[in-house]
Design a protein. Structure first.
Length: 354
């Protein structure tokens, strides 16, 4: 056997696994799933659903009967490194001592991958950086004129009216976020939300929402015969005006960010859907307000952000306190103040940080 039950248990302990129980008869170690905060429906595992199996001549592998996660132990460490945004040097060193995971030696197929954890993680980060932040060509942007520019198009007037009258978005916010006009081939009007690089002002991604229909999507550039795909997964909408030294409001939708900005909250970011690991990786703000939607999905987003980032001060805002679903539904600054006063603040200690 390439790893003993005690050694497997020690590895799980290093990962912070709870409720460990050795099964000498079956040859394995069971515990509550360490991936539960991210993969389980309620973010927790109250049972011994996770098991490391130890079989003679085979690499130890894990399996969770609840979330279905399975693989060899290096994969488990990689997944936790990714989800926690923190490399566990101690666990990596411990795992690397076993001949099974030595990259220098050849391996039978049934023994899984022999890898150096740190090197592989670094390469994953390099690949991810290379895969994103592709500049949207100027010729593509020309198809979507800025809403602040002059235009004789009826769609331009229609979208401005929808934003300012129906959605209560200020002209200042329209200009600050550099919103653009979208007109579909069949004449549907909408807004283009650009994702902008804070360092150089380049547009790196484009999202679209129609004004008359609640349709929202990432614009595919292949129809413009543009090589590559500009998907800035690591950037937020509003990234170009974000100040990490001030408290920041995190929301899900661009319209939520625009509404908060319109009532005077100028440090706001929108994840444009569920917040990604890339967006949360190394998030720099010390004071964060979780202002996602007041529904189950929004609460899951808030939990993920809280568990992932290292901000010392995190406050959860519940829009239902004002009888609305999200920040986009705010009628005035007073309504926001009602929600803000009832926000739940969490102060993270060093032990809480992941």
């Amino acid at each position: 056997m390439l790893m003993t039950i005690n050694q497997a248990g020690q590895f799980l302990t290093m990962l912070g696994a709870q409720n460990l129980a050795a099964d000498q008869k079956k040859g394995g170690v069971r515990c509550s799933c360490p991936l539960a905060p991210w993969l389980h429906k309620q973010g927790a595992d109250r049972h011994l659903s996770f098991e490391i199996k130890l079989e003679e001549g085979k690499a130890p592998y894990y399996y969770c009967s609840l979330c279905g996660a399975t693989g060899y132990l290096p994969k488990l460490l990689h997944n936790l490194t990714w989800l926690r945004n923190s490399w566990d040097k101690k666990a990596s060193g411990y795992l690397s001592q076993f001949e099974l995971f030595n990259i220098e030696k050849a391996e039978p197929k049934n023994l899984g991958r022999r890898i150096k954890i740190a090197d592989c993680y670094a390469k994953m980060k390099e690949d991810r950086v290379a895969r994103v932040n592709i500049l949207v060509p100027a010729e593509v942007l020309e198809h979507f004129p800025l809403l602040t520019s002059e235009s004789d198009l009826f769609a331009h007037e229609e979208v401005i009216r929808w934003l300012t009258k129906d959605k209560k978005i200020s002209l200042q916010s329209i200009a600050t976020f550099q919103l653009r006009l979208y007109v579909s081939p069949i004449g549907e009007a909408g807004v283009v939300f650009p994702i902008i690089d804070k360092n150089n002002g380049n547009v790196l991604d484009l999202w679209v929402r129609l004004s008359e229909a609640k349709r929202f999507w990432r614009l595919e550039l292949k129809r413009f015969n543009t090589p590559g795909e500009s998907k800035a997964r690591n950037l937020w909408f509003g990234n170009h005006i974000f100040d990490p030294t001030k408290g920041v409001f995190l929301v899900e939708d661009a319209m939520d960010a625009l509404r908060l900005h319109s009532i005077g909250l100028h440090n706001v970011l929108a994840s444009m859907g569920p917040p990604s690991n890339e967006q949360l990786e190394g998030f720099p703000a010390a004071v964060v307000y979780l202002a996602f939607d007041a529904d189950d999905a929004g609460r899951r987003h808030s939990k993920k952000v809280y568990q992932t980032i290292n901000a010392p001060s995190v406050t959860y805002l519940d829009w239902s306190k004002a009888g609305i679903k999200d920040a986009g539904g705010l009628q005035n600054r007073e309504q926001f103040a009602t929600v803000f006063r009832q926000g739940i603040r969490f102060v993270k200690t060093t032990q809480d940080s992941v």
